[in-house]
Ligand binder design. Structure first.
Ligand code: CA
Ligand code: CA
Length: 227
């Protein structure tokens, strides 16, 4: 008598599918600037034959010193957030991306974080200015301090005092220089320099002549400069 083989009651299709790791497809990269703000971009899509795309675990690694990279799985689309400090050399950095399913099976790939050079700050020029003894005045640049990647650290003016007495100061947000003479201020001319420095030590600098004149001064030179 022939014996029928005993076939276990197992769904082989399901049993095999449990062993299939997730898939990951790179769809983009992230571009940041040295010393600039964090930038987020979609870099990959993930899926699995069993788990829902949004349930897959994602992780990033392999970033160089001075760079931070984090990833999050938004319903199957991986968004990476990257930031690089001033010490990171410009270039393209492959970052490891690992996706893991509920069975602990993983698939890895790489996406790029591109580091561009820190753009230097900018500052518009100033016109020369005359201030009579006993007066105060302001000098406004044609364009205020700015920086394409927004990492201005300081706005300073030099000198900060007038000959004898009196003060020179600058408003960091606008770049407007305020000049105030005092009782001991002496007449004369001086070069005033405003320096905008960002967190990577890149600078913009503008200078103008400041003429401190006796209040009784008149004449063409005064009217030419007094504005
Ligand atoms: Ca799987
Ligand atoms: Ca900058």
């Amino acid at each position: 008598m022939q014996v029928e083989p005993q076939i276990p009651d197992v769904d082989y299709a399901v049993a095999v599918s449990l062993l299939v790791p997730p898939t990951v497809t790179v769809i983009g990269d992230v571009t940041v600037t040295q010393g600039g703000p964090a930038v987020a971009a979609n870099v990959a899509t993930v899926s699995d034959e069993k788990d829902s795309s949004g349930s897959l675990t994602v992780g990033a690694s392999g970033e160089p010193a001075g760079m931070t990279v984090s990833v999050v799985n938004n319903g199957g689309t991986v968004e990476a957030t990257a930031q690089a400090n001033c010490s990171v050399s410009t270039g393209t950095y492959p970052i490891n991306l690992m996706v893991t399913d509920s069975d602990g099976l993983s698939t890895s790939t790489t996406f790029d974080v591109i580091v561009d050079e820190n753009p230097a700050p900018t500052l518009g020029p100033y016109r020369d200015k005359l201030v009579p003894l006993g007066d105060s005045t302001t000098v406004t640049p044609s364009a205020p301090p700015a920086d394409a990647n927004g990492n201005i650290a300081t706005v300073t003016v030099n000198p900060t005092t007038l000959p004898g007495a009196g003060t020179v100061s600058v408003a960091p947000g606008t770049g407007v220089v305020s000049v105030a003479t005092a009782g001991g201020t002496t007449s004369g001319s001086l070069t005033v320099t405003v320096t905008v420095t960002d967190t990577c030590s890149a600078q913009a600098q503008q200078s103008f002549m400041l003429y401190v004149t006796a209040s009784t001064d008149t004449g063409a030179s005064r009217w030419r400069l007094y504005r």
